[in-house]
Design a protein around this ligand. Structure first.
Ligand SMILES: CC(C)(COP(=O)(O)OP(=O)(O)OC[C@H]1O[C@@H](n2cnc3c(N)ncnc32)[C@H](O)[C@@H]1OP(=O)(O)O)[C@@H](O)C(=O)NCCC(=O)NCCS
Length: 167
């Protein structure tokens, strides 16, 4: 498996398709995460907001994560507005490749970008009711910070954050 930045030669359509596959189960749970049904234009717009990392296996896209350094985080919540907080999002691994360590490795790569950006914290948001995700992020070292209610979402979000250090 290789983790690298999304290249201009990569297919945006493939990223969108990967996200739809990865987030389908959350959609079935009634959680309308943006990645459940975002368009290619949405993907294009979202990857332009920061650094998009991809995981590939045999040249196939199997996972992705977005990293936004502190100067590029939008102020949706007090924690995100802090000058030392970087944010990740649009994070998914193809269902066939989940539980093989791909997500942890993408997260580690984003943590290294956070350290290089000078951030002290790496934050994320997820649905409060997605117990399995909240538990997974806790096991990855994230702690509860605050709640947020994004416009148009069927769920309340939980903001979680992790102190980052050079590894
Ligand atoms: C959340 C998500 C990104 C995690 O990615 P992942 O690749 O499945 O994560 P990992 O494999 O690194 O970790 C998952 C578990 O597999 C275990 N694992 C890691 N390598 C393993 C291996 N070789 N064999 C078996 N299990 C393994 C990990 O220990 C971890 O166990 P834990 O849940 O007890 O902590 C992925 O499940 C996903 O895309 N989910 C759907 C979309 C989503 O929820 N996105 C996030 C929205 S906020």
């Amino acid at each position: 498996m290789i983790i690298r930045r999304l290249a201009s030669s990569d297919s945006i359509e493939a990223v969108t398709a990967l996200l739809h596959d990865a987030y389908a189960e959350l959609g079935r749970m009634g959680l309308n995460y943006t990645a459940v049904d975002q368009t290619d234009d949405d993907t294009r717009e979202r990857v332009a907001r920061g650094d998009c990392l991809v995981a590939t296996e045999d040249n196939q896209l199997i996972g992705t994560i977005m990293f936004m350094e502190p100067s590029r985080t939008w102020g949706g919540t007090p924690w995100y507005r802090r000058a030392d907080v970087a944010v990740i999002g649009q994070f998914g691994v193809h269902p066939r490749f989940q539980r093989h360590g791909v997500g942890s490795r993408l997260l580690s790569a984003a943590e290294q970008l956070a350290v290089m950006s000078g951030a002290a914290e790496l934050a994320l948001d997820t649905a409060e009711s997605a117990d399995h995700l909240v538990a997974w992020y806790r096991r990855q070292g994230f702690r509860f910070i605050e709640y947020a209610q994004w416009k148009g979402k069927t769920y309340r979000s939980v903001i979680m954050s992790k102190t980052v250090e050079r590894s």
